[in-house]
Design a protein around this ligand. Structure first.
Ligand code: CO
Length: 227
């Protein structure tokens, strides 16, 4: 007699139901209680002033950290907040944010204790991700002279900062930001870092609002040693 085959992968329905239950009873209900038109208005438009480019790390939730509500922050996240010149995913988010939504600020935000940065620092072999993290390893090699003088922990923290500075520079070098500046659009690129241990955001001294700002911003931020 044939019996029903066991599903090979059991869907985590319990977890999904729990998420749904908590979401519906708390966050959604609270939002409507404060503002009955909340979802109706959000559904109609988004008008964010900020694009956040951050790490995928589950401990770095963009909106909560900066205290912005849904609709106020456009978000792109990937492992170790890397901006690769040919990454169509990141470039498309950047182009849509600037050209269509009209965001005024692009904020590259790294975080101390980043597993991706640590793996790049250690030259770890984790799989496909190694190829992505190779970009962070390139940052490590570019700043080897500074990093070798530090203890291991400080060097990893410093690499988290240096990675933000280099990726913020990459944002400035894209045709999207260069063209926006050439058109006189008010777009400012920032480099920030978040502390998992204290929940604080720190500026890394990288702020560029014109093409001519990029080199000075880059040099100034490299000198702002905080790790
Ligand atoms: Co990370």
């Amino acid at each position: 007699m044939l019996s029903e085959p066991e599903p090979r992968i059991a869907p985590p329905l319990g977890v999904l139901r729990e998420v749904e239950r908590v979401s519906q009873r708390t966050w959604a209900a609270e939002a409507v209680r404060r503002d009955p038109d909340y979802f109706t208005r959000l559904q109609q438009q988004q008008a964010p002033e900020y694009l956040w480019i951050g790490c995928s790390d589950s401990r770095v939730p963009a909106n909560e950290i900066v205290g912005l509500a849904p609709g106020e922050l456009f978000v792109h996240r990937n492992v170790a907040n890397v901006v690769v010149h040919t990454d169509l995913n990141c470039l498309s988010a950047l182009q849509y944010a600037i050209d269509v939504l009209g965001v005024k600020h692009v904020i590259v935000t790294g975080h101390y204790g980043c597993g991706g940065v640590r793996a790049a620092f250690d030259d770890a072999r984790l799989g496909l991700i190694d190829n992505w993290l190779r970009h962070v390893e390139d940052v490590k090699h570019r700043h080897e002279g500074e990093l070798v003088a530090l203890s291991k922990e400080r060097a990893v923290d410093r690499l988290c900062e240096l990675n933000v500075i280099e990726q913020a520079r990459h944002v400035c070098e894209t045709t999207i930001v260069q063209d926006a500046w050439a058109r006189g659009m008010p777009v400012t690129v920032h480099g920030w870092i978040y502390g998992l241990s204290d929940g604080r955001l720190r500026q890394l001294g990288f702020t560029a609002a014109h093409a001519g700002d990029v080199d000075p911003a880059y040099r100034a931020s490299l000198l702002s040693v905080t790790a």
